[in-house]
Design a protein. Structure first.
Length: 167
């Protein structure tokens, strides 16, 4: 645990913001994983039973009801994906903010001590590079899950459409 605190101290205050965004991003990712693998299949089965309980499937009204069921399930599947995309976009920007604040720290050391104190500048350089790396790592993991969720969304909606035949 002390290694984490040391890492956070080396990265500067921006790293705490990246950690917060990372926690929120992973909360959304875990919620969507739960939805796609446990909730959506059950909802699809329930909607299919509702559809099969209908007497007729050919009329204009029946087709509109089917379209509405599929549309509602698509909305449910896409919920939260835009928030995940926003959090992914924020991470590299926060890393860039860490780079800028770290470089400001380096320039402060240069202004005070001149170019001879490499040890004092090293702290600012780590403050400049660690948040950049952290922001990019968090964004890359988020990008994987975002693309996976898009595929799972389309697959789940297509499975629902296949479960609601119009005969």
């Amino acid at each position: 645990m002390t290694w984490l605190l040391d890492f956070m101290a080396q990265g500067g205050p921006v790293l705490y913001g990246i950690l917060l965004v990372c926690i929120v991003l992973w909360a959304f990712i875990l919620e969507r994983l739960y939805f796609f693998y446990w909730v959506m299949p059950r909802e699809n089965e329930q909607l299919a039973r509702q559809w099969q309980a209908r007497q007729e499937h050919h009329s204009w009204t029946a087709r509109k009801i089917r379209t509405g069921l599929i549309s509602r399930q698509r909305q449910s599947a896409q919920m939260g994906l835009s928030v995940i995309a926003i959090l992914i976009a924020i991470c590299p920007l926060m890393g860039l903010l860490g780079t800028v604040t770290g470089m400001v720290s380096v320039f402060d050391v240069l202004a005070i001590t001149g170019t001879g104190n490499a040890r004092a500048m090293a702290s600012g350089i780590s403050q400049a590079t660690i948040p950049t790396m952290a922001g990019l790592v968090v964004a890359l993991t988020g990008l994987y899950f975002r693309s996976r969720f898009k595929r799972l969304c389309e697959r789940g909606v297509q499975q629902l459409a296949d479960l609601l035949p119009t005969d």
